[in-house]
Write a protein that binds this ligand. Sequence first.
Ligand code: FAD
Ligand code: SF4
Ligand code: SF4
Length: 480
Amino acid sequence: MAERMLQFVRLSQQTPEKRPAEARRTDFGEIYQRFSAERAGQQASRCSQCGVPFCSIHCPLNNNIPDWLKLTAEGRLEEAYEVSAATNTFPEICGRVCPQDRLCEGNCVIEKGFESVTIGAVEKYITDTAWERGWVKPPRPAREVGHSVGIIGAGPAGLAAAERLRLRGWKVTVYDRYDRVGGLMIYGIPNFKLEKEVVLRRHAQYAEGGIDFVLNCRVGEDVSLEEIRGRHDAVLIATGVYKARDIGGPGGELDGIVPALDYLTASNRQGLGDSVAAFEDGRLNAAGKRVVVIGGGDTAMDCVRTAIRQGAASVTCLYRRDRANMPGSLREVANAEEEGVRFAWLSAPEGFVEDEAGRVGAVRAVRMHLGLPDATGRQQVEPIPGSAFDEPAELVIKALGFDPEDLPTMFGEPALTVSRWGTLVIDRRTMMTNLPGVFAAGDIVRGASLVVWGIRDGRDVAEQIEKYVLAKTSPAMAAE
Ligand code: FAD
Ligand code: SF4
Ligand code: SF4
């Protein structure tokens, strides 16, 4: 092992510098600065090159983390990029948006008392450098093989599969109902976590590599699943989950109460230079308003932080449990607090109060207390009698999670099997649905998940699609 590794005893953990909260409240730029070359090398050198690297085991892509950390510490960045890109389709995106505290870094086993290696920040540094130096190339195959795949959904799962199959010489067509590529990476995740240029440049390269994108095309309306099946040797459904969970209670229909994804999409579109009527007329714009966001996950954190940047008069996050029981990343909660978000813990909405103009004027909420743990070990919450209160708000954003849309109906394909949660049922080994030659991957199979899992599924399903089509067209090759 190079002597330059194992530096955790000498060098302390340093994350990339965070821009001051006062500055970042006023724009949508990413909040973390980039590592300098020197800092990236130093931080990579803290790795102790474990024989059994738990960081890799807990990375959904099983990235060869110790290898690329060592190469970075040695200044061999092009090789580090190659090793990193061999297992990850979008290392620069995962470096920005993975909840590393729950995945790779949370399982880094540097000796007790020393903080984990800053794996995500180094991964981002390696690939951002690769882009700058022209090492990232379009997916151009050595030869065309003549097989064709139709991919429905240009999110991380669909794109990861598209890249793998294009590299193998397939003709790849990606259909998406949106006008831009990236799925939730372009219209869900805000710019301050993932600058949109990072996604757009991948789209440009894929198009250059020969992947066909058919955008503004809603499968089920503009073209049927059956037609797509007729055009390609195999089809991949990677349509994600978009049906917003709702809360009941009186007043739920009042103007001024909006679903999280509508709000975030309008903000992202506006940032991309689109003219968004509902933003301009104020319906999906927090400027000058008292804003209440309901929910405690990462989507809620994205909403509160977007509202701050839009110039809200105040932003309150209403969550029925306490900080320790939040489903969202604690890092994002801390960022939100620094930026001026107020958290009303142990507060659950019961309804909405109408103002004089007939719009929402407040959220009626009740205080909760944590009771005994249930069978899963999670503490139950119970309302405290007589504790109702009104939280004033001119804009209420509901961020309570997502379920799949009714895909068999949407696609006019009643035979497509779904689970009781509405997710597509696949054969776990072949990743194929019950329709022959129709595969599925990403959130539409897992339920709302993570970009990194979408990438993993997309890469895995590409292999399965290739096996399936080869077995049909050239059984001898498939058996090799
Ligand atoms: P998606 O990214 O949802 O892509 C599906 C695509 O299918 C979309 O482009 C959609 O337009 C298209 N589509 C759907 N139906 C049709 C149809 N009928 N015809 C044609 N096209 C169709 N994950 C992280 O790892 N880190 C984060 O910080 C993070 N933040 C998030 C913030 C928000 C607000 C949200 C909502 C999610 C976040 N996630 C995050 C989760 C992550 O974005 C998703 O898990 C991931 O994008 C799922 O990938 P996917 O390819 O399965 O689906
Ligand atoms: Fe960590 Fe995500 Fe990168 Fe894996 S892909 S090493 S989990 S940041
Ligand atoms: Fe290095 Fe930590 Fe991974 Fe061990 S667990 S190989 S110290 S990054």
